[in-house]
Write a protein that binds this ligand. Structure first.
Ligand code: ADP
Length: 286
């Protein structure tokens, strides 16, 4: 606060005591107003988080119910089709048709497995896992595919072992899903980076999958974790990849952070509680 015109300085300073207390009163009011606004924003964010978590949990329960119901008839279709397959003297066309039935049933089973993973109903075996090793494995897995798609695949690993307590096959699924999305987002080539880091402050291990692909706007970003939400053509995507990622990461007490800009690319970062030390029997120290 200041005077717009020059004024003589008072012994007390620039302002008279009455003015001083008026200014302090105004400052207090403004402070309160700002606090209220911040609290309001925090509450809104929290409400949104709860709403989303609620919605995902409900969809998860529903999906798990449907998945269990479908498992049995699908198992029958597969079992009997495989039985018929063993019949001798079957025409060639019948054999081909049968193979289609079996393939479709197997695909259905994979979708069910994904649904159960998403709803955290699949049993997990957690052991200490080095996320650096996981990223390395993923690099090997995708190197040929990236080379074919003109995608430069980079690896930036944390210096020390990035240990977490996790189910190795579920975590691999997370990384594979994220990497596949990244590759699909770069149809004209680009760069895919797998990065691991250790956040000492929060005691978390962070795994990031960074692409320079098509990115996404806010409209899409808000819905990416919803089951069956996809912007891809039939056969390209089922819309379950990120729902599965979300289910697995939450079950591991992790969280996901997404940054994306249309035309520039996306970064998916997932953070897990770090396992600092191992016990003599090779378990994570609590
Ligand atoms: P799917 O890949 O089968 O479509 P996902 O659940 O994995 O299902 O992804 C949902 C949607 O999120 C995708 O269809 C796409 O629109 C968007 N998406 C996911 N990852 C990326 C990415 N790396 N870049 C741009 N869009 C992405």
């Amino acid at each position: 606060m200041f005077y717009t015109a020059d004024r003589a300085e008072f012994a007390e300073g620039t302002f008279l005591p009455e003015e001083q207390s008026l200014i302090e009163g105004a400052a207090r009011e403004i402070g309160r107003l700002l606090e209220r606004m911040e609290a309001g924003e925090d509450r809104k964010k929290l409400e949104e988080q709860v709403r989303r978590a609620d919605r995902l949990a409900t969809i998860g329960q529903l999906a798990a119910g449907v998945a269990h119901e479908l498992n049995e008839p699908l198992g029958n279709i597969l079992g009997f089709a495989q039985l018929i397959e063993k019949t001798e003297g079957m025409g060639e066309q019948v054999g081909l048709d049968l193979k289609k039935i079996i393939d479709a049933a197997l695909q259905g089973r994979q979708i069910i497995k994904n649904l159960l993973l998403f709803s955290r109903q699949a049993p997990a075996i957690r052991k200490p896992l080095d996320v650096n090793a996981l990223a390395l494995e993923c690099q090997t897995l995708f190197s040929a595919r990236c080379a074919k798609g003109e995608i430069a695949l980079g690896l930036q690993l944390a210096d020390s072992p990035a240990l977490i307590q996790a189910d190795a096959s579920q975590l691999k699924q997370v990384l594979v899903n994220l990497a596949l999305n990244a590759i699909q987002a770069m149809p004209a080539g680009g760069a895919l980076t797998l990065r691991t880091s250790i956040d000492e402050m929060s005691g978390r291990v962070v795994l990031s999958v960074i692409d320079t692909g098509i990115g996404m706007g806010e409209e899409i970003r808000r819905r990416i974790f919803d089951p069956f939400f996809t912007t891809k053509d039939v056969g390209e995507g089922t819309g379950l990849g990120l729902s599965v990622v979300h289910g697995i990461v939450s079950a591991h007490d992790g969280d996901i952070h997404v940054e994306s800009e249309p035309g520039r690319g996306s970064t998916f970062s997932i953070a897990f509680p770090r396992c600092r030390d191992l016990t003599a029997s090779g378990e994570c120290k609590p």
